[in-house]
Design a protein. Structure first.
Length: 312
C-alpha cells in the first residue's frame, strides 16, 4: 500500500491470518449484533436507505422514510442477552484456554485529546476475498468489519466480557459475511449503515450485496447538534445505503475505531485470506482536521489476526 503523506490521514491494516472459535448456532429469535449481544429480532429494524431516525424519548424512536412515511419504533421490551462467550466452545484461545474468541478480534482506536466530539470520520476499506469454507447453515456465524464512532470506549473484547455502560451507542458503516443478523445476509458480503444503542432498538439501513474487490467509503458526519449522517458507499459501483440519526446521546462521539468482529466462527477457514485495508481516513472535530494517533489491539484471539498501523 502506498504511504499516506497528508498530516490528517492515517492508515490501519487488519491482516486476517487465522481464527477459530465455536459457539452454538443462534436460534431464530435472537441474533448476534455488533457489540456482542444476543438481541431479540423484534428489536432490530431494517429501514429504507435515506431514512431519518428521531428520538421519542422514553417511548422509542420515530423513523421518517424517504417518501415521508413515519414508522414508530417502540422501545425494546425484550432485554438483550448479556455478553457471555459460550461456555462449551470447543475452540479456545491458545494463550488462555478458558477465553472464547467471540467479539472484537483486532481493532484500532483513537480518542480525541480533550475527549471532545468528532464531527466527521471518513475513510475507505476494501471487501476481501470470500472465506474458503463456511457452515452448511448460512445463519450459523457472522463476520463484521467496520469503521465507527462511539460515545464511550467500550468494546466486546474476548478477554474482557463486560457489559456495555448505560447509554452506550455506536454509529457505523458495516460490512458483513454470513446470515447471523436478522433481515438478510448469507454466504456473501453485504453492506449497511447501523445505529446501535445496545440498551434500546437497533436500526439498520437496507442491506445490499457487494463483491470481493469492491471499495467501501464510510462516511460518518455530524450535521447538527445531535444529528449524524451514516453513509455506506460502494465507490466503484455507486451503490449506497445510508441513515440519518437525531438523538440526544449522539451529542458527543469522541472515540473512533477500525474493527474486525466475529461470532460463532467454527474454523479458521471461515475467515477471508486476504487483508482488509482501512485507508485515507480523515477525522475532524469542531476545531478542524485532526491527525489521529491510532492504537492497535490484537486481543487474545486464537486466530492470530492482527491490526497493523502504517504511518504516513
Amino acid at each position: 500500500q502506498k504511504a499516506i503523506t497528508q498530516t490528517t490521514m492515517r492508515q490501519c491494516v487488519i491482516i486476517l491470518l487465522l481464527c477459530l472459535c465455536a459457539h452454538q448456532i443462534l436460534g431464530h429469535e435472537f441474533r448476534k449484533v455488533p457489540g456482542g449481544r444476543d438481541v431479540w429480532s423484534g428489536c432490530m429494524h431494517y429501514v429504507p436507505s435515506g431514512s431519518h431516525i428521531f428520538d421519542d424519548h422514553l417511548t422509542g424512536a420515530s423513523v421518517v422514510y424517504p417518501d415521508g412515511t413515519i414508522k414508530k419504533i417502540p422501545k425494546c421490551e425484550v432485554p438483550a442477552k448479556p455478553y457471555n462467550p459460550h461456555p462449551h466452545s470447543s475452540y479456545k484461545s491458545v494463550n488462555s484456554p478458558e477465553i472464547s474468541a467471540n467479539g472484537w478480534q483486532s481493532w484500532t482506536s483513537f480518542n480525541t485529546p480533550d475527549n471532545s466530539t468528532f464531527t466527521s470520520f471518513l475513510g475507505s476499506f476494501n471487501v476481501p476475498d470470500t472465506p474458503p469454507k463456511w457452515a452448511a447453515d448460512p445463519d450459523a456465524a457472522i463476520l463484521y468489519m467496520f469503521t465507527g464512532v462511539q460515545n464511550d470506549n467500550w468494546v466486546p473484547a474476548p478477554q474482557d466480557p463486560a457489559n456495555p455502560p448505560p447509554g452506550f451507542d455506536i454509529i457505523q458503516p458495516v460490512l458483513q459475511y454470513g446470515g447471523g443478523s436478522t433481515g438478510g445476509g448469507g454466504k456473501y458480503w453485504a453492506l449497511a449503515s447501523w445505529y446501535v444503542t445496545v440498551d434500546d432498538s437497533y436500526l439498520i439501513s437496507d442491506l445490499m450485496q457487494v463483491d470481493s474487490g469492491d471499495v467501501i467509503f464510510g462516511n460518518m458526519t455530524k450535521t447538527g447538534e445531535d444529528t449524524w449522517f451514516i453513509g455506506s458507499l460502494v465507490t466503484n459501483t455507486g451503490k449506497s445505503s445510508n441513515l440519518v440519526a437525531t438523538r440526544p446521546r449522539l451529542y458527543t462521539q469522541p472515540w473512533a475505531y477500525c474493527t474486525l468482529e466475529i461470532y460463532n466462527v467454527d474454523s479458521c477457514q471461515w475467515l477471508p485470506t486476504t487483508p482488509i485495508y482501512f485507508t485515507n481516513m480523515s477525522l475532524a472535530t469542531e476545531a478542524g482536521s485532526i491527525s489521529p494517533k491510532w492504537t492497535a489491539y490484537n486481543g487474545d484471539n486464537p486466530c492470530n489476526t492482527k491490526a497493523t498501523i502504517e504511518s504516513p
